[in-house]
Design a protein around this ligand. Structure first.
Ligand code: NAD
Length: 369
């Protein structure tokens, strides 16, 4: 049993008495100890979005950084008061197993690297948070889940929207019957991808185009706003192959999901226009979010027959920001030995649908799930 396992058991048991029998018990028994995250990949999301969020967390903190750029890693570590021993690169990453300050590894790398770093983190005895999309295939997702299970470690996917106040209120309203029986959903997500050399446009690193990126938000919205799992999909891809950006991956892809209750979801993702929208229609009204899934400033309206009103002040989320809510939720799950609300299985469910969407577009036929 590792030191981390002991600590979790102690925290879960809440028992100082149990702790005193264990080495390192004083530290292990501290119920106020914040769990330490190692951020892997100091790119836009890891560095600019996630790291600044630890100030909004209650039970999580930055404990280490993993980067291929030693200068950047040193600067970031210094800015956050981390010692040199908290800096790792991609070659010595596995030695993170010897760092008791790190409880959780958060993988913020290009999509095709998620699998290997999740598996390596689990083998190093760490819990793992992995960015979306969980991986680039169902087989990889299954392997990641198996690796974490084998190591006795938890796995969570960075589905931040599940901690965001506007989306939480939208989910609550949708399932409360406020708009009657849910009938139809539309969700479109996209942005203009400016850089033809970006890894997101290289299949080997991204696993696919807009669907693997913003499409995950449309797909997730269809699932969390209906509260159902789709039974069939029909997809259509339209990409201008003369555009140098789209030589390897799709630009625009549309897909229709059929749900057991009869609800239809019509979803879209693209890399050639900006859009961020969710609309759920029921027989007694509608819920509309626009922007729907941004980092800040999401807005929501609900009502019927042209009398929609804005829900300007949804009940606050669990933390000041969705990112802090996500980080602290995983820390809480580890401390209390609970499954995260967006576990590896949740990421796997999405990848199963993603593979069916691609297959449907390729074969031009309806695919049952
Ligand atoms: P980015 O390009 O800004 O950063 C990627 C990082 O990976 C960089 O630090 C880069 O140096 C490193 N890297 C290591 N090996 C690499 C390689 N072979 N090629 C390219 N980069 C390499 O990307 P990002 O926007 O930070 O995205 C990282 C992950 O986070 C992706 O999986 C993305 O889907 C996800 N993401 C999630 C959200 C969200 O809202 N949840 C937002 C943005 C990105």
């Amino acid at each position: 049993m590792t030191g981390i396992n002991r600590r979790e058991m102690v925290v879960a048991a809440g028992g100082v008495a149990a702790a005193v029998a264990l080495p390192g018990a004083a530290r292990a028994a501290d119920p106020n100890r914040k769990l330490g995250y190692a951020i892997v990949g100091l790119g836009t999301y890891g560095l600019k979005v996630i790291i600044p969020q630890f100030v909004n967390c209650t039970n999580s903190r930055l404990a280490a950084v993993v980067s291929g750029d030693p200068e950047k890693a040193k600067r970031v570590a210094a800015e956050h008061g981390l010692p040199d021993r908290a800096i790792y690169n991609y070659q010595n990453f596995d030695t993170i197993r010897d760092n008791p300050d790190v409880d959780i590894v958060y993988v913020c790398l290009p999509n095709s690297m998620h699998h290997d770093y999740v598996v390596r983190a689990a083998k190093a005895g760490k819990h793992v948070m992995c960015e979306k999309p969980m991986a680039i295939s169902v087989a990889e997702c299954e392997s990641m889940i198996a690796a974490c299970k084998k190591a006795g470690k938890k796995l969570m996917i960075g589905y931040r929207v599940h901690f965001e106040a506007t989306n939480l209120e939208a989910m609550r309203l949708a399932s409360s019957g406020a708009i009657g029986t849910r009938k139809y959903l539309r969700s479109e997500h996209g942005f203009v991808q400016p850089n033809p050399n970006m890894w997101r446009l290289k299949r080997a690193l991204s696993g696919g185009g807009s669907l693997m990126d913003m499409g995950v938000y449309s797909l997730q919205a269809a699932r969390y706003m209906t509260g159902e799992e789709p039974i069939a999909v029909y997809a259509h891809e339209s990409t201008d192959k003369s555009d140098p950006r789209f030589q390897e991956v799709e630009d625009r892809i549309e897909w229709e999901l059929e749900f057991p209750s009869g609800v239809i979801a019509s979803c879209l993702s693209m890399y050639s226009a900006n859009q961020n929208h969710i609309l759920l229609m029921g027989d007694k009204g509608r819920i509309e979010l626009e922007p729907a899934t941004r980092y800040t400033g999401n807005k929501m309206w609900t009502g019927r027959d042209g009398r929609e009103t804005e829900i300007a002040n949804p009940p606050p989320g669990p933390r000041p920001t969705q990112f802090a809510g996500q980080l602290d939720h995983f820390a809480e799950c580890i401390a209390q030995n609970k499954e995260p609300i967006v576990s590896g299985e949740e990421g796997l469910r999405d990848l199963r649908i993603v593979e069916a969407i691609y297959r449907s577009a390729r074969e031009k036929k309806r695919i049952t799930l």
